[in-house]
Design a protein around this ligand. Structure first.
Ligand SMILES: O=c1ccn([C@@H]2O[C@H](COP(=O)(O)OP(=O)(O)O)[C@@H](O)[C@H]2O)c(=O)[nH]1
Ligand SMILES: O=C(O)[C@@H](COP(=O)(O)O)O[C@H]1O[C@H](CO)[C@@H](O)[C@H](O)[C@H]1O
Length: 313
């Protein structure tokens, strides 16, 4: 097990001192650390049209980490404007399910993954919050204790990213198109301290509630990169760790849809590092579709929610 320095850590040593493997801890030792610390833990699954997979995710985690051992105190699915049976499937699997738009309606409602995760803070209670995507195909329940390991054993760590091999059509790192073509270049140019994060966009991550509630949150797909950038700026690299979770496969979006994701990630990154005059609410992304390479404008929300703590008791 790595034992990182508690003082500020430079990017040159960060990977060596802040990279773990999920089996660095036994499940029993983590349950013991949780009990000793008195910490409570929420698993949040943002889900939009994931009826095909959300039931498997919830059922397996519930059986392993709520019923067999008490590592999790709650499993909450945030139904993010689904038009399929996500709500019913997640409920039948044993999750507490909330529709994003119905959480704190006084604060309005916006589309997006980050919006769902921001809203989750109003309907969860855990001091530690674990996020997992709902579209997982190749994964296992050890993802959750793996992500909690650094938070339960290293007081200086406040945000933990999972990483994994991402089997795709052409080999183990053939996943993560936006990671390889957008996030890593942005890190190289604007956020070099984060260069040793293997999966900066991973949807499997964990965070201390107090930190996440203090951060502005992009309502779309930039939520993951923004949290890393803001945490490094606020607390330094010593507050960030990463855990090798093995292998993860998920449902892949169409390339044009990832164009919207990339736009959101670029907007959030540039807003944090440049004085570029960026659109606050949304950008118009012009793509060209077949047949005929006809222009098709996609309105990409770039709105950010202010820190949730402003609205929490
Ligand atoms: O508006 C949205 C878009 C996505 N998601 C969820 O966020 C996770 C990651 O989204 P997606 O699978 O679309 O991204 P990818 O994994 O393809 O990068 C999944 O559980 C989605 O159901 C969501 O809750 N609201
Ligand atoms: O890594 C990526 O480039 C994107 C898209 O992955 P694929 O190219 O469809 O394997 O997926 C990541 O970004 C999403 C938004 O932050 C996260 O929700 C995913 O978990 C993450 O894998």
């Amino acid at each position: 097990m790595n034992r990182g320095a508690s003082s500020a850590v430079g990017a040159d040593v960060w990977s060596r001192t802040h990279t773990h493997h999920w089996d660095d801890w036994t499940l029993d030792s983590l349950v013991g650390a949780k009990v000793a610390s008195g910490a409570t833990v929420s698993l949040v699954v943002p889900a939009r049209n994931e009826a095909a997979t959300v039931g498997d995710v919830v059922t397996r985690v519930r059986e392993a980490l709520v019923e067999t051992v008490a590592l999790l105190d709650e499993i909450v699915v945030i139904d993010s404007d689904s038009t399929d049976e996500t709500y019913a499937v997640a409920t039948d699997a044993g999750a507490t399910v909330h529709r994003s738009a119905e959480i704190r309606p006084d604060l309005g409602s916006h589309p997006g993954k980050g919006e769902a995760m921001w809203k989750s803070l109003f309907v969860t209670a855990g001091e530690l919050v674990v996020f997992m995507d709902a579209d997982l195909l190749d994964w296992d329940t050890h993802f959750v204790p793996g992500l909690l390991g650094p938070l339960l054993t290293r007081p200086e760590v406040a945000l933990v990213k999972g990483f994994y091999e991402r089997p795709g059509q052409r080999g183990s790192l053939d996943g993560g198109r936006v990671t390889e073509l957008v996030a890593r270049p942005l890190v190289a140019l604007l956020h070099p301290g984060l260069a040793d994060l293997v999966q900066p966009l991973a949807g499997e991550w964990a965070v201390r509630r107090s930190l996440f509630a203090s951060l502005p949150v992009p309502t779309g797909y930039a939520v993951e990169l923004a949290a890393l950038v803001d945490t490094e700026a606020r607390l330094g690299l010593q507050a960030i760790a990463q855990v090798d979770l093995g292998t993860r496969a998920h449902r892949h979006q169409a390339l044009h849809d990832l164009g919207g994701m990339a736009t959101q990630i670029l907007a959030a990154s540039l807003a944090r590092r440049t004085d570029a005059d960026l659109p606050l609410d949304g950008a118009v992304l012009r793509q060209f579709v077949l047949p005929g390479l006809v222009p098709a404008d996609r309105v990409v929300p770039t709105l950010e929610r202010p820190p949730a703590e402003r609205y929490l008791p």
